[in-house]
Design a binder for this molecule. Structure first.
Ligand code: BJW
Length: 230
């Protein structure tokens, strides 16, 4: 059975109105990474960090998937093989589009995590610093997001998928952040054919067999047609 492993980044959700990180005017132009995306930043100013994610949670709740997300869901449902989406995104637009096998390696806005006992629960739309954990009662709720210096989720499962990939597709990610930026090398080692979808080649673009330049909402439906017609 053929296996297609897909990595997505902020670019696939850009056309749904969610900001990317490193573009001019993107999230990192408005906030310092070390303030809002590190455990040290959260320890220094939990309200700033919780408010940053509250605002993004509200924005993501109103966002709709675009033709790029829908194309990947169509691929999963019609491909005669295995399709898995590994996303760095913390929105739920793949799920809203109908994808079922989705791994959120950088966490999810819809989830809250107890820093004391690691219990997870559905995040309220508005979290507050010091919210109590429903399991252990500690005032230690935090957004269930993987910050710099923290271990991304489900890495064993992800490396297992990469080791068995026949095709690896990377969509809308700049190749700045590891370990995700290293997945193409891992997939190549496994003998996978590799393809990148982006507005421009990413930092690891030279490692791909094929690059499709353009917006994901336009390039992905065409690629999915190609794969399903093969
Ligand atoms: C379109 C488009 C359209 C636009 N169509 N395309 C030195 C060397 C190597 C590694 C390290 C190092 N020093 C530290 C590290 C590790 C560190 C790291 O990688 N740092 C780099 C900055 C160098 N990584 C970590 O710490 C990770 N953990 C880890 O490595 O654990 C192992 C370990 C732990 C502890 C000790 C030792 C080892 C954790 C990384 C966590 C990343 N977290 C964030 C924020 C949280 C989530 C959130 O708030 O949403 O995740 S950072 C941010 O970047 C976010 C994203 O998921 C991630 C990737 O960004 P992405 O998706 O690529 O977005 P952009 O904006 O960069 O790019 C968008 C792209 O889309 C562009 O290319 C556009 O062209 C394109 N695009 N519109 C198609 N319509």
């Amino acid at each position: 059975m053929q296996k297609i492993v897909i990595l997505t980044g902020a670019g696939i959700s850009a056309e749904s109105g969610l900001g990317t990180f490193r573009a001019e005017g993107g999230l990192w132009a408005q906030h310092r990474i070390e303030d809002v995306a590190t455990p040290e930043g959260f320890a220094r100013d939990p309200k700033l960090v919780v408010d940053f994610y509250n605002a993004r949670r509200a924005q993501a709740a109103d966002a709709e998937p675009n033709e790029g997300h829908r194309a990947l869901a169509r691929l999963e449902h019609h491909f005669d093989g295995d399709v898995v989406v590994i996303t760095q995104n913390v929105d739920d637009l793949h799920e809203k589009a109908g994808s079922q096998k989705v791994i959120h390696m950088h966490g999810a806005l819809k989830s809250a995590l107890c820093a004391a006992c690691e219990h997870r629960w559905p995040a309220p739309l508005v979290m507050a610093p010091g919210d109590a954990c429903p399991s252990c009662g500690a005032p230690a709720a935090r957004p269930d997001i993987v910050w710099f210096g923290e271990m991304p989720y489900d890495m064993d499962e992800i490396f297992d998928h990469l080791a068995n990939a026949d095709v690896f597709a990377s969509i809308g990610t700049s190749g700045n952040v590891y370990p995700a930026a290293g997945f193409v090398a891992e997939a190549r080692r496994a003998g996978a054919r590799t393809i990148e979808f982006n507005l421009e080649p990413s930092l690891v673009g030279s490692q791909f067999d094929d690059i499709r330049i353009g917006s994901a909402s336009q390039t992905l439906p065409l690629w999915v047609d190609e794969v399903l017609e093969r």
